[in-house]
Design a protein around this ligand. Structure first.
Ligand code: FDM
Ligand code: MG
Length: 214
């Protein structure tokens, strides 16, 4: 990163299950490392923390939890890492995040919880400088070798999740950019589209870290 009062960029990748998000995040990490040594890759849920272990057990259907309780745990899992995200950004690292608060809203609202209620606990989290939404139809996602065993990996659920993601995108402010990438195209073309969005941010961004929906 160049000198001056720049901080690292906060980049979030969102999308349906099997949209290629994790593959693209890994490719982007590699490319960022070549362009700029300091980059951190995070993934939510972070299944390694105490809260994350509870979330993991729920997602694998090994335990049951009230819809609101699990929603708040997903949010708490972000809050427990929020200060370290801010510190990394201020120290000049690029932070790349595989899922964030937008998944929190999309999946819980798709289950029928009120949209505004779902958004509330994530208000004031560090806001991404850009969110890249890897858009794919649920039909096409399903063709990619089918879904795994986890809760939510069902076509009907994914269809509703996509609708909520589209609402989030339409309501995101200009400063907190939401960029849609066609994830149904050839994998290398997706990688190139993502790089075009991220490359201008590699040298860091000016101004303080903003907060979600404030
Ligand atoms: N998920 C993820 C939620 O329901 N809420 C959240 O806040 C987050 C971050 O967890 F089905 C869902 C989305 C997905 C599942 O995600 C696990 P990964 O990316 O497949 O591990
Ligand atoms: Mg998954």
């Amino acid at each position: 990163m160049s000198a001056g009062n720049k901080r690292g960029a906060f980049i979030v990748m969102e999308g349906l299950d099997r949209s290629g998000k994790s593959t693209q995040a890994a490719r982007l990490l590699e490319r960022l490392q070549r362009a700029d040594a300091r980059v951190k890759l995070l993934k939510f849920p972070d299944r390694t923390t105490g809260i994350g272990i509870t979330i993991d057990s729920y997602l694998r259907s090994e335990s049951e939890l009230d819809d609101r309780a699990i929603h708040l745990l997903f949010s708490a899992n972000r809050w427990e890492l929020a200060s370290s995200i801010e510190e990394s950004l201020r120290a000049g690292s690029t932070v790349l995040c595989d899922r964030y608060a937008f998944s929190g809203i999309a999946f819980s609202a798709a289950k029928g919880l009120p949209y505004e209620w779902c958004r509330a606990p994530d208000i004031s989290l560090p806001a991404p400088d850009v969110t890249i939404f890897l858009d794919i139809t649920p039909e096409k996602a399903k063709q990619r070798g089918g879904y795994g065993e986890e809760r939510y990996e069902k076509e009907e659920m994914q269809r509703m999740v996509r609708e909520v993601f589209q609402r989030i995108g339409s309501e995101t402010s200009r400063e907190q950019r939401w960029v849609v990438v066609d994830a149904g195209q050839d994998i290398d073309l997706v990688t190139e589209d993502i790089w075009r969005i991220v490359e201008p941010l590699v040298s860091g961004v000016l101004g303080p870290v903003t907060r979600l929906w404030e």
